[in-house]
Design a protein around this ligand. Sequence first.
Ligand code: ZN
Length: 132
Amino acid sequence: MTLCDTSSRRLAPRAAARRTIEQHKKRVVENEILFRDVNERLKGVSEGFGDVLPEFDIICECGDAACTQRISMTLDEYEQLRADAKQFAVRPGHEFLDIETIVGDHGGYLVVRKDAGRAAELARESDPRAAQ
Ligand SMILES: [Zn+2]
């Protein structure tokens, strides 16, 4: 929260509140996109060890920039996750239900899918695999 947010809320409460919610959603999805990119690189490294490592660790793809919790999954599970650009893997309890829906529970992690709207668009536009 910046000083700018505080002053704009005082001037126009409703508009500012709406903007704050939009900023929150945008920040959440931007964080998720960032961690997805990190995980794509981790997966690339893990593939080199594919014969010896049945599972590898990715970083929780939740919207909390401070979260660095690990999620273990197989390369197959990871491929299924990445098959849909709107899907992200998060630790249980790290879901943001205002912008996403839980579509899978794997015990150690949940698969969430971005709800239709700007968050889903951002997730799709930034898909690191879209250009391939
Ligand atoms: Zn998390």
